[in-house]
Design a protein around this ligand. Structure first.
Ligand code: NAP
Ligand code: F7E
Length: 327
């Protein structure tokens, strides 16, 4: 039985990855931060087989303890401050957690692995936000990075320190440059879930409008359940490497709105949408579209869920939650 340690287990991807690893027979350990994290209850209820370890990416000794307790074959570093808008207001914290946190866990794994540096396989959750002001369309593993937010800058550090540990110490450390991926488990601060939740409430007569920022922004949106499979595939390769994971399509927030409102039978949706300056960003990433041909060819990965199905899945899940008073 293989053993995996997952940081960020209380997040969207932590949920889908843990489910995938459990279905493959792994013993899964999840790192949870804080002395009384309310999300532990969710884990107990929905992922009872996950063994919870406490620790924080800011605290190397807690990471060493988590490694000693879990004795992992694979470490998936999903933990991060991941909300881009928040990263401008909390740039130091974001740099520490999303950037230096990667060094902390890499160093902990290196020390734990001792004279067998490649005995623990490591996955780093890199991001398409590193492409920022895109220098090439579509973006691939070799596209120049030009981050546009403190979050993006921190991810660039995490990305290169992962490559550096691979090259310096021979660690089996891979980096997945994942484009936006969403699901009904997405946090409500992200635009897709903010919209699906609002649409469900508007349809139920509980809310009249939604305030948004730049609805012309374009993203390459996929389904989180498909993307965690790519993470796992990366760590099954003989050689560690870096891979772009994306759908190779781009859609605007406006298109997302259109499909989401149509799903609940609202066609004159524009009257429900207001633009609010507080949701505009100091520097925007206008367009993201990935080229995942390397992941498709080398990992045999492909996405299963297309954009309209993703929007529909998210709206339907929130309609059901609203009907059952769960949100
Ligand atoms: P998420 O839902 O925001 O989850 C982030 C996780 O990080 C949470 O479990 C959070 O714990 C944990 N965390 C925050 N600070 C921490 C700390 N100091 N020590 C340990 N854990 C900490 O993010 P996600 O969407 O699942 O994304 C997973 C990873 O992929 C992140 O690194 C994100 O930056 C990256 N990524 C995401 C996307 C995407 O579209 N979803 C795309 C590219 C890359 P709490 O629950 O306690 O806050
Ligand atoms: O914004 C625009 C916003 O916050 C998407 C994270 O998982 O993916 C995510 O980062 C777009 C942006 O995600 C609102 O300006 C308009 O252009 O859902 P988001 P993100 O910033 O793309 C990457 C790959 C990650 O790595 C990150 O961790 O939507 N937008 N109006 C809005 N965005 C939000 N949140 N709220 C609005 O009201």
């Amino acid at each position: 039985m293989k053993r995996a340690l997952v940081t960020g287990v209380t997040g969207q991807d932590g949920y889908y990855l843990s489910k995938l690893l459990l279905s493959k027979g792994y013993e899964v350990y999840g790192l949870v931060r804080g002395q009384n994290n309310p999300k532990i209850e969710f884990l107990h209820e929905h992922l009872p087989e996950v063994k919870i370890l406490t620790g924080d990416l800011l605290d190397v000794s807690s990471l060493m303890r988590a490694l000693a307790a879990s004795k992992p074959d694979e470490v998936y570093n999903l933990g991060a401050i991941s909300f881009v808008a928040y990263s401008w207001e909390n740039a130091f914290l974001t740099s520490d957690v999303t950037g230096k946190g990667v060094l902390n866990i890499l160093e902990a794994v290196r020390l734990y692995a001792g004279d067998k540096p490649d005995s623990v396989r490591f996955y780093q959750a890199s991001s398409s936000e590193m492409f920022g002001k895109v220098q090439h369309v579509p973006q691939s593993e070799s596209t120049l990075l030009w981050p546009r937010s403190p979050y993006g800058v921190a991810k660039v550090f995490g990305h290169y320190i992962t490559i550096n540990y691979r090259e310096s110490y021979g660690m089996h450390a891979s980096s997945g440059i994942l484009f936006n991926h969403e699901s009904p488990m997405r946090g409500p601060e992200f635009v897709t879930r903010k919209i699906s939740l609002a649409v469900a409430k508007i349809a139920a007569g509980q809310q009249d409008r939604i305030s948004l920022g730049n609805i012309e922004a374009k993203r390459d949106w996929g389904f989180a359940g498909d993307y965690v499979d790519a993470m796992w595939r990366m760590l099954q390769q003989d050689e560690a490497d870096d891979y772009v994971v994306s759908t190779n399509e781009t859609h605007s927030v406006r298109e997302y709105l259109e499909i989401a409102f149509n799903r609940v039978g609202i066609t004159d949706w524009e009257k429900h949408v207001y633009q609010d300056p507080q949701f505009f960003r100091p520097a925007e990433v206008d367009l993201l579209i990935g080229d995942a041909s390397k992941a498709q060819a080398k990992l045999g990965w492909k996405r299963e869920v297309d954009f309209p199905s993703l929007v529909t899945m998210m709206v339907d899940a929130d309609v059901e939650r609203v009907a059952n008073n769960l949100v």
